[in-house]
Design a protein around this ligand. Structure first.
Ligand code: IPE
Ligand code: IPE
Ligand code: MG
Length: 237
């Protein structure tokens, strides 16, 4: 079930962490260095969430379209994910962070998958912050999968006429999570890039030209302040 949250409380923050490559290029560094700096930025933001009453942080780490990148870059991203879990898991766990994955991790290397499964298993009961990593995630892929799940249920005898929006929502990776209140996109582009298509129906959007590795407390506070000033009407008056 998708829970609706009170309009001014920012319970769920979603972020399209874009601009790592350009951040590196600007400095004459390889793109992989931008991704490394991006991991640092993520660590900073994770730490800031509980103090700002954010209970869910969902970040776009790797899209279903990002496989189109050169193999070396894909490998560098996977290596960083490996390293992130190795280095951060203990501290994340100590700080009460529950790790979830949105997306299909089946195509990832078995050793990395094992690591991710382990991270999710040991942090499953943590309540301070739910950190969802969108990995090999695509909003359209997610909706297709949900449609298939419903179709199979119909084949088994359920009557589709009985289904409501929540029945579809319950087949998404975000099952049980509230919808994002605010979506931040860094890196200057003004698009959704196949992220959380269903879930952001009434999410407030905040975009900045800042590249993700430069995103820190100051930028987060600016985004949260902007959110506080928004009038959320959800279609009402
Ligand atoms: C976002 O940074 C990180 C991922 C997509 C994994 P980019 O790598 O897209 O950086 P730019 O947009 O090329 O600068
Ligand atoms: C979105 O960034 C995906 C992630 C941040 C993981 P992209 O760089 O892949 O998006 P486009 O290509 O600019 O739309
Ligand atoms: Mg990009």
């Amino acid at each position: 079930m998708m829970k609706k949250t009170a309009s001014k409380k920012l319970t769920h923050l979603a972020i399209i962490m874009d601009g790592n490559g350009r951040w590196a290029q600007k400095r004459g560094l390889p793109r992989a260095m931008g991704h490394r700096a991006g991991v640092e930025a993520l660590r900073r933001i994770v730490e800031l969430c509980p103090g700002n009453q954010i209970e869910y942080l969902t970040v776009y780490a790797f899209s279903t379209e990002n496989w189109k990148r050169p193999q070396t870059e894909v490998q560098a991203l996977m290596a960083l994910l490996n390293e992130f879990i190795d280095k951060e898991l203990t501290l994340l766990h100590q700080n009460g962070v529950c790790i979830r994955v949105l997306g299909d991790i089946e195509p990832l290397a078995p050793s990395l998958r094992k690591k991710i499964d382990h991270a999710m298993a040991i942090t499953a009961q943590n309540k301070k912050l739910v950190l969802s990593l969108a990995l090999n995630y695509g909003g359209r892929r997610e909706l297709l999968q949900a449609a298939k799940a419903l179709a199979y249920r119909a084949l088994k005898g359920e009557n589709p006429e009985n289904w409501q929006e929540d029945d579809l929502a319950a087949e998404l990776f975000t099952k049980g999570m509230p919808e994002p209140d605010l979506l931040i996109r860094t890196g200057g582009d003004l698009r959704v890039s196949n992220f959380l298509l269903w879930q952001i129906a009434y999410t407030e959007l905040w975009c900045t030209d800042i590249f993700w590795p430069d995103f820190g407390e100051e930028e987060l506070m600016a985004a949260l302040a902007a959110f506080k000033g928004r009038q959320r009407r959800f279609g009402g008056v």
